[in-house]
Design a protein around this ligand. Sequence first.
Ligand SMILES: Nc1ncnc2c1ncn2[C@@H]1O[C@H](COP(=O)(O)OP(=O)(O)OP(=O)(O)O)[C@@H](O)[C@H]1O
Ligand SMILES: N[C@@H](CCO)C(=O)O
Length: 314
Amino acid sequence: MVHQRKIQIRVPSTSANIGPGFDLSNSNKDITLTYSGEGSSHVPLSIHQNLITKTALYVLASNNIDGFPSPMTIHVNNEIPFGRGLGSSGAAVVAGVMLGNITGDLGLNKDRLLDYCLMIERHPDNVAAALMGGFVASYLRELDPKDFEAPVIPHSETLERETPADKTMDVDGRELTPTVPNGIGHYIKLNWAREIKAITIVPQFEVATATARHVLPLTYDRQDVVFNLQRLAVLTTALSQSPPDADLIFHAMQDKIHQPYRRHLIPGLPEILSSVKPTSHPGLLGICLSGAGPTILALAINNFDKISDTITKS
Ligand SMILES: Nc1ncnc2c1ncn2[C@@H]1O[C@H](COP(=O)(O)OP(=O)(O)OP(=O)(O)O)[C@@H](O)[C@H]1O
Ligand SMILES: N[C@@H](CCO)C(=O)O
C-alpha cells in the first residue's frame, strides 16, 4: 500500500534595507516538479537546477539522506516576482530548506533552519524575515574561511562563488557530506506600529541582486557610514512607536550606502525619492528602495492610493 502525504509550505515576500539598513553581504525519475504563477515560464524544472529543490537536496545531503523520498510531486505556486527586491530568492531558499526538513523528517527547529538558509543565501535580511515573519533585524556571524569551502553548497544568485569540484569529493572520490555550522545568523524581532502599512510599487523589469551588488563601491567614506548608522539606530525604534512621527521616520529612512549607487539601474528613482515627502503627501512616512530594487517601498498610515498613484506616474 502506498502511503500518501500532502504538505503545504507558505513563504512570504520580504523587503530588505528599509533605507539605511543595508547589509551584504538525484536523478530520481519519480520526482515531478511543476510551477504556476510568477516565473513559471522560465524557472528551471530540473530538481538539481531549481533553487527550491536543490536547496532541499542540500539539506537532505547534509543529513546523509540521498535524495527525496519517491514518488513525490512538488507543485510551486509562486506569487513573488523574480529580481524585483521582494526577496524571491530568499523565499525560495526558505521553502527549499523547509521542504528538505519535512521530506527528510529531520525535525530541525527554526534557528537551525536559518543556518541552512544562510549557507546558501549569505545575507540574512530576506531569509531571516521570511522564516521568522514580521519586522526582523539580523546579522551574519563572520564565518571561518573553511566554512566557505564546505562541499556541495548549491549556487544561488547571491552566493559569491561556486564550490570548486575538488572540494566535493574525498581523496577516494567519495562525495563529501556538507557541513553546516551552528548559529551563523543572529536575529531579533522588532516591534512594528500596527498603523504603518507598506506600499510596494513593482516595476515591470528585473534587476538581479548580483547586478545591483556589482555597482556598489568596495569602500565607503566614513561620513556616509556614520550617516547610515545614526539613522538606523533611530529608525528601528521610530517604526515601533504609535502614533508614528513622520518627520523623524522620513529622515531616518535616508541612505548613502546603496541607493545613490543604484539610481542608474532604476529610471526615475532620484526624482521619486526627492519629490515624494510627508509634506507633499500627507500620510506618507518614508520611501526607499525595497531590497536591491527596482521595487519602491513606501511606508504610510493613510492615503495609500494617492501615494502609490504619484509614484507610479513619476
Ligand atoms: N520560487 C522560485 N523558484 C525557483 N527559483 C527562484 C524562485 N524565486 C526566485 N528564484 C531564483 O532567484 C532569482 C532572483 O533572485 P535575486 O536575488 O536576483 O532577486 P530577488 O531575491 O527577487 O531580490 P532581492 O534579494 O533584492 O529582494 C530568480 O531569477 C531565480 O533564479
Ligand atoms: N541587503 C541586500 C538585499 C538584497 O536582497 C542588498 O541590498 O543587496
